[in-house]
Structures are given as structure tokens and as C-alpha cells.
Ligand binder design. Structure first.
Ligand SMILES: Nc1ncnc2c1ncn2[C@@H]1O[C@H](COP(=O)(O)OP(=O)(O)OP(=O)(O)O)[C@@H](O)[C@H]1O
Length: 372
């Protein structure tokens, strides 16, 4: 097993910069996900690690070997990088059995029959498909076919596994199940994995760390919980879920501990405390993020506690979503989304107070900045 290191990696297509100076280190055994909107450069980044695309700037190392260095003209071809790859179209050959599908890369390389039998059996055991070895590939469910594709990627015992939207052809339920299964295989084998998806919940559920990309650049790298709770900028905040994003101006700023600052901010028709990652000067513009699940409704006219933000408003509409009811409250500063219990007491037209605790209100500096 190995690590993967990208240093100032770029890829231009003519004048267009698809990937712009990406610095990333995937540690041995780590599961790292590249996440971002369509066209942000995730796949191009993965393909450069795979050796299917050549970087026009920077350097890529796998293990301790430099596999591509634009400045020095080094480029190790894909087949010599000892990578396993699983792609969106998992390309199971329909005219072959499960065994023959997994054996194919070994047969092409003319490995001895005994070795093929041994390796294929082990790979199928890893994905719990050994009982299906003689089954024709088309007689498998989508999830089973995906497991065969993973077994085929593992048959060479790759140092690193690269996956590009491998679950996107599956239905929602199977996606969840396969994601969990895949994560447990990855953990059991301690495989260094670089995964690409545009699905935020998949990224959060699977990854040790998530890399949020936008327009070819890394916006933030961190554990899923940190990225969700403490986004580095507005782009990252807006990418996860449907947060309330409120513009405000800073009145004061005090350090809470080595990682947090407490701000007093003022917005349009509201004021109060929130937290931030860095010191912000009085008068500076910030965006305050408050997630719907951190907001609650209190009776109209409720006073704010010392560590709370409040907004007065009227319920504009509600949407029943099963486990929660989404409530949209019209305030002087626009509409706020609140997640309420599904069978609560609130109705359209009620006057209410929206309450968000200080620790759940997170301020980012207004201008979207690059943090890594
Ligand atoms: N061969 C190419 N020639 C020109 N432009 C390209 C080429 N390959 C990719 N691009 C452009 O580079 C940008 C990044 O593409 P990439 O496939 O990496 O995005 P992505 O984040 O993986 O998107 P998606 O989720 O839609 O697959 C896009 O604007 C794309 O159009």
C-alpha cells in the first residue's frame, strides 16, 4: 500500500485551466474523496493520478516514486503505476462468467492458471462473491456487478485504488448499501483510495477526508464533520445541504480558544453572537451560516439568550418530508429554513421566533477564498 502526493498539479486544455495548482496528500490506507459540482476538475485530477491524462504542471508521486513531473518530462504510463480502477460504467463483460471477468486482466498478462485461480478466488472472497464464480455476468444485480468490478480492480493487489463515481448507476438504496460495503472492504484491506463523486452525502459517509473542489481549485480539505460544520468559505458552505446564509457586519471579535473566535455581528433586522475560524476586524462583512437542523422555532416575541441568535418572522410555508417538516419563515432578512418535527404545532401564517445557538452559527469572510 502507498500514499499519493500531488504537488501544484495543473491541467490546461488549450487556454482553459481545468485543474489549477492542486496540492493534496492521500496517506497510506486513507480514503479521500474529491467532491464538487460538475466540471470542477475532479475526474481530470483522478485521471492524472491514473496516468490516463498528463498534467501540464506540477508533480505526482505514488509511494515514493514520482510518476509524473511536468517540469522534468517524467511520465510513467498507467499500466506501470500498480493502480486499481473502478469507473462509473463498470464494464463487466456480459459474455463471460464472474470468474472470467475477474480473471481477464491476469489472462491478458498470461499469468499461470494456478496463480489465476488463486488470485481470482481471493478477490471474489474479499467482495463476498465467491459463490457466484460460475454465474454469467448478466445474471447479477447492479450491486453484484459492481462488486465484480471491484474484485477485478483488486485482483492485482494494487497499491492504490481510484474510483470515479462507481455507484452512480445504482438506485438510491443500493447506492447506500454498496457504499457501506465498499467502505468496509477498503478499511479491512487498508487500501489507499481516491474517490470521485458529486454526491455530498456519499462523500461524507465514506471518507476519512473530503476535498471540496470548485473551478479547478481546492476550496477546503478536511474530515467530513469539520467541512460540514466549519466550512472555510461560502462556496463550501453552500455546497452541503440547504443552509441559511445571512450577510452581516462584524461589531466585535474575541478569541474563544486556539481554533475559534466569537463574533458579535449585525444583519438586516437582527444581531447577535456567532463563531469563526479566524480573527475578523470590526466593520468587516461576513456570511453567517445557520443550518436548518440547528434552528428551532420559539413563540413570537421570545427574547434571545446571551448565546443565541434570533429572528422574528411568519411561517410562509411548510413541507412534510417524513422524518422532518421543512418550515420556511419569512423574516426582515429574507427566508429562513428550519427543520421541525414532522407532526408539530406550527402552521402557515403563525408568527414565530427562529432561534439558533451561537455554537451553530458559523461566520465565513464574505469573499470566497482559497484556503489550501
Ligand atoms: N479533453 C478535454 N478537452 C477540453 N476540456 C476538457 C477535457 N476534459 C475535461 N475538460 C474540461 O475540464 C473541466 C473539468 O472536467 P472534469 O471532467 O474533470 O470535471 P468533473 O468535476 O469530473 O465533472 P463531472 O462531475 O461532470 O464529471 C470541464 O470544464 C471539462 O469540460
Amino acid at each position: 500500500m502507498s500514499n499519493v502526493i500531488l504537488e501544484k498539479v495543473s491541467r490546461n486544455f488549450g487556454q482553459f485551466v481545468a485543474v489549477d495548482g492542486v496540492d493534496l496528500r492521500v496517506n497510506e490506507g486513507e480514503f479521500v474523496t474529491l467532491l464538487g459540482p460538475s466540471g470542477c476538475g475532479k475526474t481530470t485530477t483522478l485521471r492524472m493520478v491514473a496516468g490516463l491524462e498528463q498534467n501540464t504542471g506540477g508533480r505526482i508521486s505514488i509511494g515514493n516514486e514520482i510518476v509524473s513531473d511536468a517540469a522534468r518530462g517524467i511520465f510513467v504510463p498507467s499500466e506501470r503505476r500498480r493502480l486499481g480502477m473502478v469507473f462509473q460504467s463498470y464494464a463487466i463483460w456480459p459474455h463471460m462468467t464472474v470468474f472470467d471477468n475477474v480473471a481477464y486482466p491476469l489472462r491478458v498478462r498470461r499469468r499461470p492458471a494456478a496463480e489465476i485461480l488463486d488470485r481470482v478466488t481471493k478477490a471474489l472472497q474479499l467482495v463476498e462473491m465467491e459463490g457466484f464464480a460460475q454465474r454469467p455476468a448478466p445474471a447479477l444485480s447492479g450491486g453484484q456487478q459492481q462488486r465484480v468490478a471491484i474484485a477485478r480492480a483488486l485482483v492485482f493487489e494494487p497499491t492504490v485504488l481510484l474510483l470515479d463515481e462507481p455507484l452512480s448507476n445504482l438506485d438510491a438504496k443500493l447506492r447506500l448499501q454498496m457504499g457501506d460495503e465498499f467502505r468496509s472492504i477498503q478499511k479491512r484491506l487498508g487500501m489507499t483510495s481516491l474517490y470521485v463523486t458529486h454526491d455530498q452525502s456519499e462523500a461524507m459517509a465514506l471518507s476519512d477526508r473530503v476535498v471540496v473542489m470548485d473551478r479547478g481549485r481546492i476550496q477546503q480539505i478536511g474530515a467530513p464533520e469539520d467541512i460540514y460544520r466549519y466550512p472555510a468559505n461560502r462556496i463550501v458552505a453552500a455546497f452541503f445541504g440547504t443552509p441559511n446564509l445571512l450577510e452581516a457586519s462584524v461589531e466585535s471579535c474575541a478569541r474563544v480558544n486556539e481554533r475559534r473566535f466569537r463574533l458579535e455581528v449585525v444583519g438586516r433586522g437582527w444581531r447577535g453572537p456567532c463563531e469563526a475560524a479566524s480573527e475578523v476586524q470590526p466593520g468587516q462583512a461576513v456570511t453567517v451560516m445557520a443550518r436548518p437542523e440547528d434552528a428551532r422555532l420559539a413563540p413570537a416575541g421570545s427574547k434571545a439568550g446571551a448565546d443565541e441568535l434570533t429572528w422574528s418572522g411568519r411561517i410562509a410555508h411548510t413541507i412534510f418530508r417524513g422524518p422532518i417538516r421543512s418550515i420556511v419563515v419569512q423574516t426582515d432578512d429574507g427566508r429562513l429554513n428550519v427543520d421541525a418535527p414532522p407532526f408539530g404545532i406550527h402552521a402557515v401564517g403563525d408568527n414565530v421566533t427562529v432561534v439558533v445557538p451561537q455554537r451553530a452559527a458559523w461566520a465565513v469572510v464574505e469573499k470566497a477564498e482559497r484556503t489550501q
